[in-house]
Design a protein around this ligand. Structure first.
Ligand SMILES: Cc1cc2nc3c(=O)[nH]c(=O)nc-3n(C[C@H](O)[C@H](O)[C@H](O)COP(=O)(O)OP(=O)(O)OC[C@H]3O[C@@H](n4cnc5c(N)ncnc54)[C@H](O)[C@@H]3O)c2cc1C
Length: 398
């Protein structure tokens, strides 16, 4: 078996892992960063491909804004209630940009991982982590299998960004989210000459508190899909492709022959497990960092990857190596807990179709409700206070 040593090992080359690797290399070019991913890139990932303003802000932070430059920006978002009532509002600003994009993950993830390679990270694809031998003491030893056979890697710190079914999380003995804090979703691609007008969330009765989506990519095509809570999915009898077909039919786009459908699960941040385990930190889906209301996970995963990498680099440089992710868990919760809790509250309300209808009706009359709703979905809003609810009840009536 080959033996290899590095300063920082990032497991998973998706957005959370690639962002971590870029941040580490930019902060400390003298430290060796290795990224391990079991797939060959470009690789597909089941996703709505929606990059919210939070992703745009993190790309700017990494000086990687050119990945989306020249693409069609999304500036407005449509929310459709179960009754068919709709509102359209602006995307919130995070950092400088109040805009997002829709970029197929096969392209986005490949471009971001290429940036990590350009920044000097050693990227090994088709290389799968199999075992975490010693997460707590001295160095972390992991075993992996790559194109040239098995390899043993000794790292000073490990960032686990290996997705919703994280092997690292399982090997550390951290249980996956239960079905009350997990969603399932399926996406497909459709084409229509003339394209689609808005990025749209359709809150359909059979999916509540989740929704179906139409996210336009360019002048012709869109990513379409449905998400549903895992617990609700189990209680009903239809498959995800059936739910998608029903959604497309009820939204008037059934004739477009959806192609390349693909489903996966979403660990919601209504439950975030302990994130730091000795010299290992969980980030992205591996740490259940998905907004429980919207299903958006890329922005939070990238933010966590960047922060974890910067902390690890600082600790290694300072010789404070035993605790490379000191306070990272606390930082993450302070930064996002309130937002996730407010999103979870909004989601609980949206469980009932009449409340979802009521909310959208109220929002048609009060623009601040549109803003608050959109900030919970794709921003970093925390505004679902009792005061907002009382105002909603007053203004939603009629
Ligand atoms: C259908 C669907 C629609 C969604 N829509 C959106 C959306 O529109 N916008 C949004 O922001 N979020 C969306 N999400 C959530 C989003 O896809 C995730 O939050 C995001 O991909 C998390 O990024 P990540 O880097 O943590 O993990 P991933 O993107 O899953 O990357 C993990 C990587 O780890 C690698 N890996 C796994 N195990 C190992 C191993 N043992 N060894 C080595 N490598 C390994 C994998 O090959 C993979 O490349 C959606 C999710 C689903 C399922």
């Amino acid at each position: 078996m080959k033996i290899r040593a590095c300063d920082l090992l990032v497991v998973g080359g998706g957005p959370a892992g690639a962002a971590a690797a870029i941040a580490a290399r930019r902060a400390a070019p003298e430290l060796e960063t290795v990224v391990l991913d079991r797939q060959r890139f470009p690789r597909d990932k089941a996703c709505g491909d929606g990059l919210g303003p939070g992703v745009v802000a993190r790309l700017a932070d990494l000086d990687a804004g050119e990945i989306v430059r020249g693409r069609r920006p999304v500036e407005r978002l449509k929310i459709v209630a179960p009754s068919g009532a709709q509102v359209v509002g602006d995307l919130p600003a995070i950092g400088e940009a109040a805009r997002g994009y829709v970029v197929p993950r096969a392209e986005f993830d490949d471009a971001l991982l290429a940036r990590a390679r350009d920044a000097g990270a050693d990227v090994w694809t088709e290389s799968r982590l199999i075992e975490v031998v010693s997460p707590g003491g001295g160095l972390v030893r992991v075993e992996a299998s790559g194109p040239d056979g098995p390899v043993s890697i000794n790292a000073r710190a490990v960032i686990a960004a290996d997705g919703a079914r994280s092997d690292v999380r399982r090997l550390l003995g951290v249980p996956y989210n239960d079905s009350a804090h997990t969603g399932v979703a399926i996406r497909a691609y459709v084409e229509r000459p003339g394209g689609f007008d808005h990025m749209a969330f359709y809150f359909k009765r059979e999916l509540l508190p989740a929704y179906g989506w139409v996210f336009p990519i360019d002048e012709r095509g869109a990513n379409v899909g449905v998400m549903i809570d895992a617990a609700r999915f189990r209680r009903q009898e239809r498959s995800l492709p059936d739910l998608l077909r029903d959604f497309l039919r009820s939204s008037g786009i059934e004739d477009l022959s959806p192609a390349r459908s693909r489903a996966y699960m979403l660990p919601f941040a209504s439950y975030v497990p302990p994130l730091v385990h000795g010299r290992v930190a969980l980030v992205g889906d591996a740490g259940s960092m998905i907004n429980p209301f919207s299903g958006e996970g890329i922005a939070y995963g990238m933010a966590a990857g960047i922060e974890a990498a910067r902390r690890a680099v600082r600790a290694v440089r300072a010789g404070d190596e035993d605790r490379p992710f000191d306070e990272f868990d606390v930082w993450f919760r302070q930064r996002f807990d309130e937002h996730f809790q407010a999103s979870a509250r909004a989601k609980r309300l949206a469980q009932r179709a009449w409340i979802a209808d009521f909310g959208v009706r109220a929002a048609r009359r009060r623009p601040e409700f549109v803003r608050e709703g959109i900030e919970l979905l794709v921003g970093e809003g925390t505004a679902l206070s009792w005061r907002s609810l009382a105002r909603l009840l007053v203004h939603g009536r009629g």
